[in-house]
Design a protein around this ligand. Sequence first.
Ligand SMILES: Cc1cc2nc3c(=O)[nH]c(=O)nc-3n(C[C@H](O)[C@H](O)[C@H](O)COP(=O)(O)OP(=O)(O)OC[C@H]3O[C@@H](n4cnc5c(N)ncnc54)[C@H](O)[C@@H]3O)c2cc1C
Length: 472
Amino acid sequence: MHTKDLQDSLPPVGDEGTGRNARLEKQPAYTGRPLMEGMSLSLWLQTVRNNPLLNHRTTEDLPEEADVVVIGSGISGSLTALSLLQSPNPPKSVILIEARELCSGATGRNAGHCKPDSWRGFTKYKNAFGAEQALKILANEQQTWQDVVSYIRKHNVDCDLWVGKTLDVLMTKELAETAAKNFSDFELAGGDTSKIEVTTESVEAEKAVYAWDASSLHPWKLVAHINRQSLDLGLNLQTWTPVTDISGSANKWAVHTERGTVKTPIVVHATNAYAGALLPETKGAIRPCPHMCNKVLPPSTFSGSNALHNSYAVIYPEGMYTINSRSTSDGILLFGGAAPNQSKLLEYVAEDQFRRTDDSLTNFEPVTAAVRKLGTEGLEWDDPGRGSRALYDYAWSGIIARSADQVPFIGPVPQKTGQWICAGHNGHGMARIFTCAPALAKLIQGVSWKETGLPECFEVTKERLDRYYNGS
Ligand SMILES: Cc1cc2nc3c(=O)[nH]c(=O)nc-3n(C[C@H](O)[C@H](O)[C@H](O)COP(=O)(O)OP(=O)(O)OC[C@H]3O[C@@H](n4cnc5c(N)ncnc54)[C@H](O)[C@@H]3O)c2cc1C
């Protein structure tokens, strides 16, 4: 996030992790296909190594034809496939093609946090799209969070679902003032603040705390459940099958892979940060950006009855980090988006040691820096006189699909009739995709944009892609 931006608007939830930074802006946004070897394993991917869905192939050979080919098995691709298969007139054959293991992109590497933006991004969205769209964006996130929770509860999905308060902690007087202004902007525009708890009196004078409902969960297990449902409905899932190219013309597409070609009238691009490799027209609009997650075992002082019980965004003028204490059922803490973490990554990018589509980094300095920052400036962390210390256990990297205008690209790919996209979730897909993917399935089946209920600013248009196109 830019310090200068904080004078009148805070970054929307999710946008803080996208590495918006003057130094990064100058770097070419190299877009490639997913790394095929040497990638790191996230906490989630580490815990499902014996799950046969990881490398599932429904048929030994890739089918030569299908009604629909979905590319990418994160939440976007998996839920689009399920929504199509569950629709009143489902396609006869749907293939879901994944370059590597099932759900091994951003969804399988994220912080497991589904945090709807309930107010914080309003002013920034209003400045970009107008008040009506800004209200729709925030309402959509609330709806998405509700849909995620009700899907998990309805299907009794075993994915460590937690529902509770997420806290934004503004660490300086100036930030607290900006937050208060953004909050009142939202209220004045008709936004619903009834479920947001604001605390300014019982905390230190310069700080403010905003709390509202959010969730965390094991994202791989959620996606695996979605795919099990789809497989029961006839999905053909093909992992370890990178798509290399798409050729053809309107409704007659050939999806080329390293294992053969599938002919299909309908292609769904659910490739997120990698979208530009198969759809060059999205380059610039959707920009790959490295991000890290850090696993920390809390010290004795923050364990047992003293364990953290919520998720937090700790916001400083120079940046912010998030702490998720409820992603797993055993008290592990996940840190993300830390300012020191980001600057280390940006150094790597600047030195060209880190390709934008490389998710191989593990275990390096940022976690220590992030937690030290917390220790010195935020919570009193270790107690040297007693118990175990914080254990900086493991870090992993993933690739965020940064959106040039902060909102995702959903709908028909311009000038490629029969190709569709759901990508560019700007580091915030957990609070967006559960409405965007079912909406895309409906669009494919002929409903109007209005009927999907999505904010109009999410729609992919030629004008929107052209505005940000940079060719790299
Ligand atoms: C470290 C990190 C932390 C994050 N934390 C959060 C968080 O706490 N909350 C939140 O809301 N969001 C978070 N995000 C963002 C969130 O994970 C994404 O917005 C979301 O998961 C995107 O889902 P997706 O299905 O669109 O993309 P992905 O999950 O990235 O899926 C795209 C898939 O397409 C496959 N693919 C790409 N190209 C090809 C090809 N040519 N052929 C075949 N397959 C291909 C990829 O391998 C990948 O599996 C985080 C992201 C990262 C990286």
